[in-house]
Design a protein. Structure first.
Lengths: 471, 381
């Protein structure tokens, strides 16, 4: 039997490429070796015995097939950093352009923001259900429908809310413009969700150009400096630039969802439940971040800081891009660690260190950005420093929540966020409406953030070392 | 993972463990379903589907039959060579598949492989009550005419298990000796096999035979495919009991096939069997039959006799009825079940492969509920 005998070659191939005798037997059969051939040419009783013989040599050469490339990210990590900018630009535009002066109008805008923010979380969750099934056309179909239905619902809800405000309150400051503003706000947020999920960050950046131009023009007008969206006495600015951005974002979102098709698998009930959890998370996160504005609305006698509290939240909004990037890198490093480690104990230690390092990097970057914002806002006011520290702690807590969500503990995150919102609500419900401008209110907000951070840190500590949580 | 850890040169990591547990969890999901209530569960493949039948056995003492067309373990081992994320995962999954199928083989009341080849896998897996129950096909009229141009026909799905690359390479050798020869491939491309189909087209072009190869797509009835050729071929690397070969033989066509699974049993004296993956031997067999009309006709006649003797639908139905009756209380209600050679009298509405229900509707209603039916109901719910 020569070395080039095809049966001998098949046996060598089976030995080199198989992991178990049964697998070797299958390889041999597929190469045409039957029980008869095994008996006549190799002297074994059958192919199964020949498979065992093939793998009996402990020094056989193992030919490892070339590693298959993993799924390629649709775009580079660089764009994750830009997401912070994408989140912050609308906030800056709002600072410069939003109408103000009436608590009811401002309240409606704020409520609309919370609702649209929460809806964005839910839409993202459902879209990921399709994407996790490797069903991009199905995800696009869902996103397109969610965008269109969301805009219609926002229009109906904002019309109803404005009508109710006119009927049940004494305000005369809400009108069709308020309806358009509310609808546009929801439309923009949903369109942004669509574009980000489709990996179209540059398109969203392009869509924001008109709004930025409009904001710059508005700020260059005599006597028009940065103001709080909810400060009194500020006239409604020209919203046509912002409206152009909204229309452009919606148009690009529809363009990005071309090729939509019926989903391969209908979402299950548990997917809807998960989306519900995400809606809750989005709502709670929004309340926690914009709590200063809510507090201001509740207390009409608010004594504003030299610069809007909203401006101090901007570093946190900007930092969310970095948070996504760090979370992605943390996940990638943990996956690499899993492929490298054979001991769960060592993995737990190294994964914990990765988590700690990610938190430190995020907190450091946020602290630097916050220090700049505090200086800009007016370092002379100790409340601004305190509020900066407040947002630093809250931001780090939200980063911990992001990692915990990645580790599959969204349920715990929801509970912690709900507890935090409840604590803030308790403050508002407390007699006398102590508002955030007071040191007491800021300290309370800081205390809630600190408690959340501690609880979430403990949860991350307990979860990050469990390998199965990194699937 | 213990299996993987015992393989020399393999060093399982946590990532391997997670990848394997992910897959194992998917395979065991049928255990989350409620145990079906039926008079008998007939599992038509080993593996996860059989778990549902075993649930019925464990909870309601329902008799379970297991018949296999292809050998599930064998096909999973082949698939894991293509799909498993790593060698360690492959080794671990091989161990899991072996234990999973052993469970089915050992716990089933009777294992009914379609061929002797399958039966040896079942016995190796621990099956004790094993009886070969070959598939049956309708008796087909003999094809009297042949096309003018020497034509080789393949009828089956476009699938890597059919090893069409070897068939194309063999056809190049056939063309060297029978220059006018054509190859016609009838069959659809299942979802997920598009790349393989494209590779077949590309290979035909690379080999310079694209003009002589016709990817004709699905055809119905299949006899139209047989009509289009002088011989019917099958180049598979894995088969259970290929119906294509049996139907071709029943139609009066000589066959050339690879010696895998129960193919040799199906071909019998009606054709030539060659080693799998051997393009030269495959080509030699094709040329021998294409160029020798008398031999081709003789083999075709023997093949038809073989098919009529072993693979008729009537015999198959009779065996199934007898088996069902033997394992259920319906035996007393159907006293002629053991002896009824054919016909529809015992189970008036029975048609093989269809889901049927008895029990609450009484013994004269359609007989049995299959696992596939129950799973389908759960999915629809």
């Amino acid at each position: 039997m020569s070395a080039l005998d095809p049966r001998r070659v098949a046996l060598d191939h089976a030995a080199a490429s198989s992991t178990t005798p049964l697998e070797a037997a299958v390889v041999l059969e597929s190469a045409g070796i039957t029980d008869v051939v095994a008996a006549e040419r190799f002297g074994t009783t059958d192919v199964f015995a020949l498979g065992e013989l093939a793998l009996a040599d402990p020094h056989r050469g193992l030919s490892e097939p070339a590693a298959r490339p993993g799924p390629r990210a649709p775009h580079g990590r660089w764009w994750f950093h830009t997401r912070g900018v994408l989140y912050a630009i609308p906030a800056l535009v709002a600072l410069a352009s939003l109408p103000a002066g009436d608590p009811v109008a401002s309240g409606l805008v704020l409520a609309g923001l919370l609702a649209a923010w929460a809806a964005g979380y839910g839409v993202t969750s459902m879209a990921w259900t399709h994407l996790n099934n490797l069903d991009l056309p199905g995800a696009k179909r869902f996103l397109r429908r969610a965008l269109l239905v969301g805009i219609v619902l926002a229009l109906l809800a904002s019309s109803g809310a404005v009508l109710a405000a006119l009927v049940f309150t004494s305000t005369m400051s809400v009108d069709l413009t308020t309806v358009l503003l509310l609808t546009g706000q929801a439309a923009y947020l949903l369109a942004a969700v669509v574009l980000l999920l489709c990996g179209r960050e540059p398109w969203l950046l392009v869509a924001l150009v008109p709004a930025v131009v409009g904001a710059v023009i508005a700020l260059r007008q005599p006597g028009a400096g940065p103001v709080s969206a909810f400060a009194t006495g500020v006239p409604v600015r020209d919203l046509s630039w912002a409206a152009s951005s909204v229309v452009l974002a919606v148009g690009l979102a529809l363009l990005a969802t071309r090729g939509a098709q019926r989903p391969l698998v209908r979402p299950a009930r548990r997917d809807l439940a998960e989306a519900g959890v995400q809606v809750g998370q989005g709502l709670f996160v929004a309340v926690l971040v914009v709590f200063p504005a809510i507090d201001h609305l509740v207390d009409p006698g608010f004594d504003p800081l030299p610069l809007s509290v909203t401006l101090l939240a901007l570093p946190l909004v900007l930092g969310m891009g970095l948070a996504e990037s760090l979370a992605q890198r943390f996940r990638a490093r943990c996956v690499a660690l899993l492929a490298e480690e054979r001991s769960t104990a060592r993995f737990a230690v190294r994964a914990l260190w990765l988590a700690v390092r990610a938190h430190l990097v995020f907190a450091g970057a946020l602290a630097a950005a916050m220090a700049g914002a505090v200086l800009l806002a007016g370092s002379g006011d100790p409340r601004a420093v305190l509020l900066g520290a407040d947002y630093l702690v809250l931001g780090t807590a939200l980063f911990a929540a992001t990692l915990l969500g990645l580790l599959g503990r969204g349920d715990r995150v929801l509970l912690v966020l709900a507890a935090g919102v409840t604590a803030l609500a308790a403050l508002l419900a407390h007699g006398g409406h102590p508002h955030l401008s007071s040191t007491t209110a800021i300290v309370w907000h800081l205390g809630v953030g600190t408690a959340m951070l501690l609880v979430l840190a403990v949860q991350v500590r307990r979860t990050v070392g469990i390998p199965v949580r990194h699937r | 993972m213990d299996v993987a850890a015992r393989v020399p040169g393999l060093d399982p990591t946590l990532a391997d463990a997670l990848a394997v547990t992910d897959l194992v969890e998917h395979f065991l999901r049928p255990l989350q379903l409620p145990a079906p209530r039926a008079d008998l569960v007939h599992c038509t493949a080993n593996g996860p589907g059989t778990l549902l039948g075993l649930l019925a056995k464990w909870e309601h003492d329902t008799p379970v039959l297991l018949s296999e067309h292809g050998v599930y373990l064998r096909e999973r081992l082949l698939a894991s060579r293509r799909e498993a994320p790593s060698r360690v995962a492959r080794a671990a999954l091989a161990g899991f598949y072996a234990r999973l199928t052993e469970l089915g083989y050992r716990r089933a009341d009777e294992v009914l492989p379609v061929s002797r080849f399958n039966a040896r896998w079942a016995r190796r897996g621990g099956a004790e009550a094993v009886r070969v129950l070959p598939n049956g096909v309708d008796v087909l009229p003999t094809l009297e005419t042949e096309p003018e141009v020497p034509t080789v026909v393949f009828a089956g799905r476009i699938d890597p298990l059919k090893d069409l690359h070897t068939l194309l390479r063999a056809f190049v050798l056939v063309r060297e000796r029978v220059p006018r020869a054509r190859l016609r491939l009838f069959g659809g491309v299942p979802e997920g096999n598009e790349d393989y189909a494209a590779s077949c087209h590309a290979l035909a072009a690379d080999l310079g035979v694209a003009a002589a190869v016709d990817f004709a797509g699905p055809v119905s009835p299949v006899t139209r495919a047989f009509e289009a050729g002088h011989i019917v071929v099958l180049s598979s690397v894995s088969e259970g009991l290929p119906l294509t070969i049996i139907e071709a033989a029943m139609s009066g066509r000589a066959t050339v096939a690879t010696d895998v699974g129960g193919t040799a049993e199906a071909v019998g004296p009606g054709g030539i069997v060659v080693p799998a993956g051997d393009a030269v031997a495959f080509a030699d067999a094709c040329v021998a039959l294409l160029t020798d009309r008398e031999r081709r006709a003789a083999l075709a006649a023997k093949g038809r006799d073989h098919a009529l003797a072993h693979f008729t639908r009537a015999d198959f139905l009779s065996s199934v009825r007898e088996t069902y009756a033997r394992h259920t209380a319906l035996e007393s209600a159907l006293p002629d079940a053991r002896t009824a050679p054919s016909g529809e009298s015992s189970f008036p509405t029975y048609r093989p492969g269809e889901a049927e229900v008895v029990g609450d509707r009484g013994p004269m209603e359609p007989a049995l509920r299959t696992v596939a039916d129950l799973v389908g109901q759960r999915d629809r719910a």
